[in-house]
Design a protein around this ligand. Structure first.
Ligand code: ADP
Ligand code: ADP
Length: 232
């Protein structure tokens, strides 16, 4: 499960079309990366899957069902999202991870935290303070927040993971951790759609290179490198 199909998808935020007649299939369990110049629409395409925006034309299907015919909560239950700006709920890191699956027991929360390398700061407050519980402490770095959000995704265990990071803010260690997490999800047969992260996509099953004309090339990292020597 976790097959995603774009059929003749057209989308614009206001007047100018960002996506024109896009057709692409992401197989269940596939690890797919979108690359291409900044502003080309990679994030936009990824954000259409959890239906952050409605498309003007065409259809997006998940496992054969038009996402327009699904309840938003039902649709998003199956999708885990990691974004540049990680939303923080009240409470400690451990409480924040729990939002991935409110029914999870402490053991599975800690297991998810370990998988994302977020266990060493599990008792911290994400923003360094919490007005609800009235506590203060050190706040998390950008990389730690991202690991928290990946732990949340591990706990949620969705069919589809969307990893969208507009600009790279991770240090090398955090980046390696993210890469390992993606590989682990990929081994679990989770469908992964990743926009932007150039260095973590080498293991993607398929890389889509976008240009202003739409999909320019499709291939693995090795295929694209041997045909072009360079791609972005
Ligand atoms: P990429 O991910 O390839 O960098 P985006 O999908 O972020 O590209 O953006 C594609 C285009 O849509 C850009 O011109 C961007 O300015 C515009 N855009 C992105 N988000 C919005 C939004 N929420 N409202 C209006 N325009 C947007
Ligand atoms: P949850 O998994 O907590 O129920 P959602 O699936 O609604 O939350 O959203 C997951 C992530 O997507 C959150 O980080 C949230 O901030 C972000 N998000 C939700 N709606 C939008 C939107 N319209 N545009 C961009 N990001 C959004």
């Amino acid at each position: 499960h976790g097959n995603i199909e774009f059929k003749n998808v057209t989308f614009c935020y206001s007047e100018t079309n960002i996506i024109n007649d896009l057709n692409l299939t992401i197989n269940a369990g596939e690890y797919v990366a979108f690359v291409g110049p900044s502003g080309i629409g990679k994030s936009t395409i990824a954000s259409l899957i959890p239906r952050f925006y409605d498309i003007q034309n065409g259809q997006i299907q998940i496992d054969g069902i038009d996402i327009k015919d699904m309840e938003l909560t039902a649709l998003r239950k199956h999708i885990g999202i990691v974004q540049q700006d990680v939303y923080m709920y009240s409470g400690k890191v451990i409480d924040n991870i729990k939002y991935g699956n409110p029914n999870a027991d402490k053991k599975s929360i800690i297991e998810a935290a370990k998988q994302a390398n977020a266990h060493d700061f599990i008792m911290k407050l994400p923003n360094g303070y919490d007005t609800v519980i009235g506590e203060k402490g050190a706040k998390l770095s950008g990389g730690q927040k991202q690991r928290l959000s990946i732990a949340r995704v591990f706990l949620k265990n969705p069919k589809i993971v969307i990893f969208d990071e507009a600009t790279s803010s991770l240090d090398n260690r955090s980046e390696r951790i993210v890469q390992n997490s993606l590989e682990r999800l990929s081994k679990n047969r989770t469908t992964i759609v990743i926009a932007h992260r150039l260095s973590t996509i080498r293991n993607a099953d398929r890389i889509y290179v976008f240009s202003h004309q739409g999909i320019e090339e499709i291939g693995t990292h090795e295929e694209l490198m041997s045909s072009y020597g360079y791609y972005r």
